[in-house]
Design a protein around this ligand. Structure first.
Ligand code: SF4
Ligand code: FES
Length: 381
């Protein structure tokens, strides 16, 4: 029997345990797999102020938030980052900075450390400058390397995050050695998720199953070699697995993301789903948004599940998969995620896996307004 309509206690005890603040979508890099919206350059004028971000953190903490990720875009683009970290620490949130490392000068790192920052997640795309710079569309490799060394010199725990796609999957072994040498405590080999920029570049970015399996073998060998010295996270993407990921641990279960303009979201991609009723923290208290808003209640719990999920014995494992992926591939967010081989739309996943290559489209301002009509630059490339 389905249980507990709109239940808040599915796995987060009703609390937004993990709070992600997308401080800004501004960023010096142009990654072709960026998870930011395609119209990211429209948000710069609408970013929340320092005081508004502090209020969001206070309200989230009152709701039970424990961990906070300052992310973007590039959060270092905000000059008030140190102030925000200090406030988060003061009210008892465990602070993480998710950064490309570009702009992480010695002075800023010291400021962040003094503010109480607990952990830094630094993205690295490759072990050599030629590949990194090509992938991010900027001369960034050396800056990232400097940032990694600086983080360790200052004694902060470091998670290295390598977004893995077809172009760099052959470097997984080299990256593990590199991360260990740099002193990372944790390496996340993050197989790309296909939303927003990554989705429009999916045909070019997606690795073959053979390459993913080969990388898995390399990871196993390194895990044995390194033991507890560095934890390595690697999961084959759901495009190949026949089962979806338990996205966000369930919609509105433990994750709360706030966009630069204050819109609260159950996940950072949810704005790609049309027809949802988004509310900004400028309009309503976070308590109402989390507990009462139609958006957060829409896919919370298990009662909303369609068949085949409704009668599936795995429904409490994956909650029917990812709502955004279901929309992006089938046109309806309430469908079973097509990553599941029990979904009637699973053939869409299989087709994606077999589709042809196309040139990469780098992240850049896309929106061109002509007499009030929006068109996108990538269509003109
Ligand atoms: Fe998960 Fe639904 Fe597939 Fe069952 S049918 S495994 S609940 S996505
Ligand atoms: Fe939005 Fe999975 S990314 S629910």
């Amino acid at each position: 029997m389905p249980q507990d309509t709109n239940a808040l206690r599915l796995d987060g005890q009703g609390k937004p345990l993990w709070l992600a603040l997308e401080l800004t979508y501004r960023c010096p890099l142009k990654c072709s797999w960026c998870s930011n919206p395609l119209d990211f350059d429209d948000y710069a004028e609408r970013e929340l102020s320092t005081e508004e971000w502090c209020r969001v953190m206070r309200e989230a903490r009152a709701l039970g938030a424990l961990q906070i990720g300052f992310t973007g875009g590039e959060p270092l683009q905000r000059r008030d980052l140190e102030q925000l970290v200090a406030y988060a620490e003061q009210i008892g949130l465990y602070t993480n900075l998710i950064t490309s490392g570009v702009g992480l000068s010695d002075e800023r790192l010291l400021g962040l450390k003094q503010a109480g920052l607990r952990q830094i997640q630094l993205s690295m795309q490759a072990t050599d400058a030629a590949m990194t710079d090509e992938l991010v569309g900027a001369k960034a490799h050396q800056l990232k390397l400097d940032a990694a060394r600086r983080i360790k010199e200052h004694g902060l725990p470091m998670v290295l995050n390598m977004p893995v796609g077809r172009q760099n999957i052959g470097q997984v072994g080299a990256m593990i050695a590199y991360a260990a040498e740099l002193g990372a405590e944790y390496l996340e080999l993050a197989n790309l998720q296909y939303y927003n920029w990554a989705l429009i570049n999916r045909d070019e970015l997606m690795p073959t199953l053979a390459a993913l399996r080969e990388a898995e073998t390399v990871v196993q060998q390194w895990r044995q070699k390194l033991g507890k010295r560095m934890a390595i996270y690697y999961v084959i993407p759901d495009y190949y697995e026949g089962r979806p990921k338990a996205c966000m641990n369930g919609w509105g279960a433990i994750h709360l993301t706030i966009a630069p303009d204050g819109v609260a979201m159950p996940c950072q991609e949810s704005r790609s789903v049309p027809g949802l009723d988004f509310v900004s923290v400028r309009e309503r208290p976070l308590d109402w948004i989390w507990n009462e808003s139609p958006l957060f209640r829409k896919y919370r719990g298990l009662d909303w599940l369609p068949e085949p999920c409704r009668s599936c014995d795995e429904r409490e494992k994956d909650f029917g998969g990812c709502r955004c992926q279901a929309f992006l591939l089938t046109g309806d967010a309430s469908n079973t995620d097509p990553a599941c081989d029990r979904s009637p739309h699973h053939h869409l996943m299989q087709a994606a896996v077999h589709s042809a290559t196309k040139p990469l489209r780098f992240r850049k301002p896309l929106v061109k307004r002509v007499a009030g009509v929006m068109s996108t630059a990538f269509m003109e490339d």
